[in-house]
Design a protein around this ligand. Structure first.
Ligand code: NAD
Length: 283
């Protein structure tokens, strides 16, 4: 195996240590960063994600609340709760765990969150700021990927980044973030023809399709940086979208699943919450 493995888990630990110190300094200035996570329903995967987010916030010394609402919560009730959180000056970051039950319009909920507390970076105002290259809250998984590349000293400027996936959550924003860093970006998706022709041309390949084994060593060229965002459960085992063994033979760098991109996502959520607290207190 030739590739250098980028362990997001180790980097996340390092960043969280830095954040712990920053939170302690803010506390001394009377600023107590606080994240509120809202979950509706009983989906076990969502429950486990939000517990992880809450635990991580507490580990860096931030205040954090978890609001667990029943599956049959109405849209009106949820919007009222968000409104209260928007107005509560002790709350800096609001995260509503997606997906939401069918009776609730997700987009309405995203747009109800005060953009200054939108630590997920999904509000159209923050999406627009990302598009126009302004400082804002960047969505956590894409932001985590950017920071991983930067901390691994992988240059982005002028590089051909090929992204598989065009979701609002991962594919589109990671492309925009890297375009802002002067990469040349190609988006591939389920209707892309001759996928391999594109992936072979990548200097940096980001795979976010949610399809195990979509990419193997055959699909990449020597020296490609491979970032595997996928999370799939195959025979009870967590696996990404990339066949790690064969891709690692050719890649210059590769992220594993687990211990790759995943831990960076929560870390950037903490980063965004600290940023929100600092912004609010600057006003
Ligand atoms: P999504 O289902 O919304 O989007 C998947 C995208 O992949 C779509 O744009 C689709 O066109 C494309 N796609 C699907 N099959 C394809 C194929 N055969 N060839 C080319 N493109 C194809 O998913 P998402 O929310 O963007 O998440 C993608 C993956 O990343 C999932 O496995 C998800 O679990 C994972 N994820 C991981 C993290 C993390 O923190 N590690 C965070 C978010 C998402």
């Amino acid at each position: 195996m030739s590739a250098e493995v980028i362990y997001g888990k180790d980097l996340a630990q390092q960043l969280r240590q830095e954040m712990k110190e920053e939170v302690a300094q803010l506390e001394e200035q009377g600023i107590h960063p606080k994240l509120v996570v809202v979950i509706v329903g009983e989906d076990p995967a969502s429950k486990s994600y939000v517990k992880g987010k809450q635990r991580a916030s507490e580990n860096v010394g931030m205040n954090s609340d978890l609001l667990e609402l029943p599956e049959d919560t109405t849209e009106e009730k949820l919007l009222n709760i968000i409104n209260d959180l928007n107005e509560d000056s002790s709350v800096h970051g609001i995260l509503v765990q997606l997906p939401l039950p069918k009776q609730i319009d997700e987009q309405k909920v995203i747009e109800a969150i005060d953009p200054a507390k939108d630590v997920d970076g999904f509000h159209p105002i923050n999406v627009g700021k990302l598009m126009t290259g302004q400082d804002t809250f960047y969505p956590c998984t894409p932001f985590g990927i950017l920071v991983m590349l930067q901390r691994a000293n992988i240059s982005i400027e002028g590089k051909h980044v090929v992204i598989i996936g065009r979701s609002n959550l991962v594919g589109k924003p990671v492309g925009q973030l890297l375009l802002n860093e002067n990469a040349t970006v190609t988006y591939c998706h389920s209707r892309t023809k001759n996928l391999r022709e594109h992936t072979k041309q990548a200097d940096i390949l980001i795979v976010a399709a949610g399809k195990a084994q979509l990419i193997t060593g055959e699909d990449i060229s020597e020296g490609t940086v491979v970032i595997d965002v996928g999370v799939n459960r195959v025979d009870g085992k967590l696996t990404g979208d990339v066949d790690f063994e064969s891709a690692a033979q050719k890649a210059s760098h590769i992220t594993p699943v687990p211990k790759g991109v995943g831990p960076m996502t929560i870390t950037m959520l903490l980063h965004n919450t600290i940023k929100a607290a600092k912004w609010i207190h600057k006003k």
